[in-house]
Every structure is written in structure tokens, then in C-alpha cells.
Design a protein around this ligand. Structure first.
Ligand code: ADP
Length: 461
């Protein structure tokens, strides 16, 4: 990174320097060219006076280096030329500077000389006798200018190269140093600092990513802890019935059970194995729900019909406890996962019966709203203390462990219900008072993936 910045700065510096050099050379070239022309004009004026006064004698004695001197008669014949043979020279009357001098007294032009190959400046002066005195000089070429300045230019280029090299490497290091020194764990500490002003958006970005990483890490740890707790709970919950089963079985095997106790022992084994089966079924359900219900099919179904099926299958259990269970409401078509809706209704009704008093009742109601469908399961049971109401949805949480076990609970029913509701983007509330009863209210959006608005009217049975 540092070498990239260095290269960029160095190239920029050298480019600016070369551009400046070119501009300066251009300006110098213009300056020297106009100086040369002015000199030619002055020399021509001066020498013309000498020729006017002394004629050819003056020219013979005149020796000016680099200048070509020509004297042309009024009819254009060359009388004198210091660089070419006059006899072989053409008539000069058509030369623009001579034409201009004849007309206006003084004339000048720039062109390739017909006789000499260079680009020439010409200045011509008409003399009192009508002849024209002309001087010319080879125009300064860019190359001759460059050649003349070669030494200082080379020196300046060398100094500029060294200087820009040193400066570029220093600037590059200065830019990169604070970036390399950033403490990625705590980027906030650099906010507002002079060296970090330009990269503050980067610091904010790093900071946000750090926060996200920390949050992700916390979530991963939390999930791992929950998994760990869950596995520990599962093994514990499975161990209890398994121990009971093996204990009873061992007694039976060893013939230590009296004839009349064999039946109750077999019944206990049966009950415990049913409890284990229920526990394993619930764990399987919960594991499926943990994957978000991805392989479950959303279908057009009727929550009322589904709740009715759940009530029907629990009717016998309810009447065994002398509890009445009734369903009311209306057909409620909804796009949902039917087996999950059944699981919700079944578990809530099952609890409403299990945690009820003899002679109590359970009322199930289904109502359809504009955007959602509401299922209420209300009982006249033992109720749930307020402090426990939030925790009952946790896995294996029971208000009264022994009562739950007594009625064949696994502590997973409400976790399954909550998960199933969440997969439908729904909401579950509980209203309960100890000794009076409980009501569980589930609200499911009518369309999949629809988010329930806060204002969605609450349902009261
Ligand atoms: P369980 O298998 O023990 O019933 P759940 O997850 O279904 O497990 O319920 C958790 C706990 O919440 C139960 O053990 C019980 O204490 C309490 N609970 C659930 N439903 C009711 C209800 N309708 N009335 C009173 N208590 C309830």
C-alpha cells in the first residue's frame, strides 16, 4: 500500500514538474524569439544608416556574425550579399519584406530562405536612393534553445527527481503509518484525531463491523449454551422414566413382585414408556421447528376445522376428568402449515384440560379478522402466577414440576406452540390469574410472510 501511494505521488510530482518545464521552455522560446527579432530590427536600422551614408565601403567593413546582409537595388538586383554569390542570385523584388520596405519604408517577414535552408527572419529598410538594405538571421530553433539549456535542465531534473523521491516516500509513510497503527478492536478512540480525519468513515465502518461480530459471537455462544442445556435436560428427562422402567422390569424378572402387583407394575412400565414416547415425539417436533419449518408445506386451510379436530381428539381425555370442552366461532380460511396449526391447538387444549379442576371447562374460539385469524383457548383451571407467565414458553420450564409429571407433561408443549406461531409470523399472549383460569390467544396473519401490525385488534373471548 505504501509503495503504491509512493508511486502515485512520485508520478504526480514528476508529471507536474515536466509539464512546468515544458511551459517554461515554451515561454522562454517566445521570449528569445521576440528578443531576436527586435535585435534584428535595431541592427537593420543602424546598418541601413551606415550603408546610406557610405555605401559599399561601409558594407565591406561591416562584420556582424550570424547575420546575413543583402543590399538590393530599386529594381530588385542584388548588389551585395555576404553569404551568397550576387551574380547567381535571383531578382529579389518579389520578396515580401522588400516589397513592404519599398512601400512603407520598412518591412519584415519570416520564411525559409530561398538560398539558405533555415527558417529565417528578414528585416528590410528602404534607403533614400530607393535601394533596399536587408538583414536576416536564422530563427532560434526549439532544439537549439534546449541544447543551450541542456546542462541546467539536466541538473534541475536530477534535483527534482531526488527531491520528489524523498518527499514521496516520506508522504507515503506518513499517510500509511496511522492506518497501520489502528487498533482494530477499538477504532472509536481515533474519532476526531487530526491524523485520522480523512479515514473516519473507514473507522466507523470497522467499528460497526466489530459490533456486528461481537453480536454474532454472543448469539453463537448463546445458541451453543441453549443447545448444551437442552441436551442436558433431554438426557435428564429420559433417564427418569428409563430408570423406573428398568427398575420395575428387574423386579418382575427376579420374581420379586407378588402376583396381584404384576398388573400395576406392568401399568407403571406402560405409563413410563408412554411418557418417554411423548418426550421423544416432542423433541423430534421441536428439532423440526428449529430448522424454521423449511420442509413443511404451506396450504390453504381452515383454522376452525383444525381446532375442531384437536378438540375432538381430546374430548375423551376431557370427559375422563369431568371437564367440558367446547368450540365456537366461524370458519377461518388461512394460508398456513396445517400440521403446525394442529399442534398449536392440540397443545393449548391439552394444557387447558391437564391444568384444570374436575368439573371445569375449556372454551375454544376461532375468529377471523381483516388481516389475521385468532385462536383463543380459555380454561377455568389452576391459573399461572404472573412471574411464571413469561417463562412457561421456555423448554422444560414447568410451574409445578410434579403436577406436570403427574399429568404426563414433558415441559415442551408451549415451546412447540411458540415456535410454530413464530414460523407463521404470529403472536401469542397469555392472560391468567391463579385460581381463576388462563387464556392463551394466538394471532396468525392470513397470508404467509405478512408481518402483524401492532394495531392488529386484540381478541377477547
Ligand atoms: P407441560 O408438558 O409441562 O404441560 P408446557 O410447555 O405445555 O409443558 O407448559 C409449561 C408449563 O406451563 C406447565 O408445566 C404448566 O405449569 C404451565 N401451564 C401451561 N398451560 C397451562 C394452563 N392452561 N393452565 C395452567 N398452567 C399451565
Amino acid at each position: 500500500m505504501s509503495s503504491k501511494i509512493f508511486k502515485a505521488i512520485w508520478i504526480a510530482a514528476i508529471t507536474v514538474f515536466l509539464a512546468s518545464l515544458l511551459l517554461i521552455m515554451g515561454t522562454l522560446y517566445n521570449y528569445f524569439s521576440s528578443l531576436q527579432r527586435n535585435q534584428l530590427r535595431n541592427q537593420t536600422e543602424l546598418a541601413a544608416q551606415g550603408v546610406a551614408m557610405s555605401g559599399m565601403d561601409y558594407l565591406d567593413e561591416l562584420s556582424i556574425e550570424n547575420y546575413r546582409i543583402t543590399w538590393v537595388s530599386p529594381d530588385g538586383n542584388v548588389l551585395f550579399d555576404n553569404e551568397a554569390d550576387t551574380a547567381s542570385m535571383q531578382n529579389h523584388l518579389e520578396r515580401p519584406e522588400i516589397q513592404q520596405a519599398l512601400k512603407e519604408g520598412f518591412g519584415e517577414s519570416t520564411r525559409h530562405s530561398y538560398t539558405l535552408a533555415d527558417q529565417q527572419y528578414y528585416a528590410a529598410k528602404r534607403l533614400p536612393d530607393g535601394s533596399v538594405f536587408r538583414m536576416s538571421i536564422a530563427q532560434l530553433s526549439v532544439w537549439s534553445l534546449l541544447f543551450g539549456f541542456a546542462q541546467p535542465i539536466c541538473f534541475v531534473i536530477l534535483v527534482a527527481l531526488i527531491l520528489s523521491f524523498v518527499l514521496a516516500s516520506r508522504i507515503a509513510k506518513k499517510i500509511v503509518k496511522p492506518i497501520n497503527e489502528i487498533d482494530l478492536e477499538h477504532p472509536n478512540q481515533y474519532y476526531g484525531q487530526e491524523d485520522y480525519k480523512e479515514i473516519e468513515p473507514l473507522l466507523h465502518h470497522i467499528s460497526a463491523q466489530q459490533a456486528q461480530l461481537r453480536q454474532d459471537q454472543e448469539e453463537i455462544e448463546k445458541a451453543a449454551l441453549i443447545r448444551q442445556e437442552f441436551s442436558a435436560n433431554v438426557s435428564h428427562e429420559l433417564k427418569t422414566p428409563l430408570h423406573a422402567i428398568s427398575g420395575y422390569a428387574e423386579l418382575l424378572k427376579n420374581g420379586l413382585v407378588k402376583e396381584e402387583d404384576i398388573k400395576p407394575f406392568a401399568e407403571k412400565i406402560h405409563t413410563e414408556s408412554l411418557r418417554m414416547t411423548k418426550l421423544i415425539e416432542d423433541i423430534i417436533d421441536l428439532t423440526k421447528l428449529d430448522s424454521g419449518g423449511v420442509d413443511m408445506k404451506w396450504e390453504d386451510c381452515d383454522l376452525y376445522r383444525i381446532a375442531e379436530n384437536a378438540v375432538d381428539s381430546l374430548e375423551a381425555a376431557a370427559s375422563a376428568m369431568d371437564i367440558s370442552i367446547d368450540i365456537g366461532g366461524e370458519s377461518a380460511p388461512v394460508k398456513a402449515i396445517p400440521q403446525l396449526l394442529y399442534s398449536i391447538a392440540y397443545n393449548l387444549c391439552d394444557n387447558a384440560i391437564k391444568y384444570n379442576h374436575t368439573g371445569g371447562n375449556v372454551i375454544v374460539t376461532v375468529a377471523q379478522k381483516e388481516h389475521s385469524t385468532v385462536l383463543s383457548v380459555k380454561d377455568t383451571g389452576i391459573g399461572i402466577p404472573e412471574t411464571d407467565q413469561k417463562r412457561i414458553f421456555e423448554r422444560f420450564y414447568r410451574v409445578d414440576k410434579s403436577r406436570s409429571k403427574e399429568v404426563g407433561g414433558t415441559g415442551l408443549g408451549l415451546s412447540i406452540v411458540k415456535h410454530a406461531v413464530m414460523i407463521h409470523n404470529g403472536r401469542i399472549e397469555v392472560k391468567s390469574a391463579v385460581g381463576e383460569g388462563s387464556e392463551f390467544i394466538v394471532t396468525i396473519p392470513n397470508k404467509p410472510k405478512q408481518i402483524l401490525s401492532e394495531e392488529e385488534p386484540e381478541y377477547y373471548a
